[in-house]
Design a protein around this ligand. Sequence first.
Ligand SMILES: Nc1ncnc2c1ncn2[C@@H]1O[C@H](COP(=O)(O)OP(=O)(O)OP(=O)(O)O)[C@@H](O)[C@H]1O
Ligand SMILES: [Mg+2]
Length: 442
Amino acid sequence: MRLSRFLLPVLKETPAEAQIVSHRLMLRAGMIRQEAAGIYAWLPLGFRVLKKIEQIVREEMDRAGGVEMLMPTLQLADLWRESGRYDAYGPEMLRLKDRHERELLYGPTNEEMITEIFRAYVKSYKSLPLNLYHMQWKFRDEQRPRFGVMRGREFLMKDAYSFDVDEAAAKRTYQRMFVAYLRIYSRMGLRAIPMRAETGPIGGDLSHELIVLAETGESVVFCDKRVLDLPIPDADVDYQGDLTPIIDQWTSVYAATEDVHDAARYEAEVAEGDRTETRGIEVGQLFFFGDKYSAPMKATITGPDGVDRPAQMGSYGVGVSRLLGAIIEASHDEAGIVWPEAVAPFGVGIINLRQGDAECDAACETAYAALAKAGRDPLYDDTDERGGGKFAKMDLIGLPWQLIIGPKGLKDGVVELKHRGSGERETLPLGEALTKLGPGRP
Ligand SMILES: Nc1ncnc2c1ncn2[C@@H]1O[C@H](COP(=O)(O)OP(=O)(O)OP(=O)(O)O)[C@@H](O)[C@H]1O
Ligand SMILES: [Mg+2]
């Protein structure tokens, strides 16, 4: 991408309305634009990161046996009356009417709709387990939308819904999602800890929230700091096998949200020096809720014994749009965002220090073509802004690598390569820099 043909409206001033660093940086880096309270347009740079995050979630869901689909944002109120949640949900639900006076709502979550789809098609235990997911915009009319995409009113969620023949099978599905979630966040460069949690309006009796520790988080949490060092399962983890050892390892170390915190257990189990009472950002949640929806909505299946029973269900959410904020909270410095490679909007930024100089332009074009060909997704700053401005902008948007090409260096046959994360710089011939950045590079 050539910057001159892109839309990157960076702000020099710190926006006054933004209280936390991720919100400030997302506005300053021209990633989002507020259209109404808690409702954002995703500008091209933000959109690229959103898509990267979505793709990681998709890959790990598929690996763990998820099947992707897409449900609509608008739902019929009558569907929610079947589960009894239409009246129970309260003012967070956006309710509307169509021209025929039919009552609709903008979905805050999809348990009812997926249960309706399931009961229409699936009748036998032979079709189970089934784990359906989608990535779809949700609307919750939050009382206090704030912190940018962290607490929006319209936000993107990955939500998965599982169906099993009995509770034991449903718990195995829960375990698969637990492991998938460990991998999802870790691939984004985040340390998200599964913590025992309250189930809230989704319901059920078994739940974990995935929490990224951060001072700016809205959840109060208690954990044993040893949980921070537990190993993340590899990509070749056997989802067909017994995952209990992994789950046991993670759940035997104390980690709980405030709502379910057990002070006596905490003090008994956690050595004083390991006690960590802090705040965190909820980036996902796992729920097992059995027949809470399948029983009232009559989503029954015939078991191997020929007897009909309600399917055992769980649901599993990832806050896809909130994750941009969480990642920035965890990875930034005074100059701006420091994207982990896996979610960076572009792989390399090319800075031309003298646009219009034949030699500089030619070297930049060579680099741009080579890096594009190598799949490194370069962003070429081909504008005529001065060097200082270009440097500040590149640091602000946080691409992992910067390739700096100027007339002085080229006279000596060299360019500069800067690693955004470590700040390390290296001067070397262009060809070598391109080899370094080549396809083999992480
Ligand atoms: N208003 C929001 N803005 C952005 N992301 C959200 C919002 N509400 C929920 N999410 C994300 O969606 C995920 C799944 O939704 P869930 O129903 O568990 O949310 P929740 O528990 O109500 O969230 P919270 O406690 O933060 O309000 C959450 O873990 C969170 O990451
Ligand atoms: Mg939650």
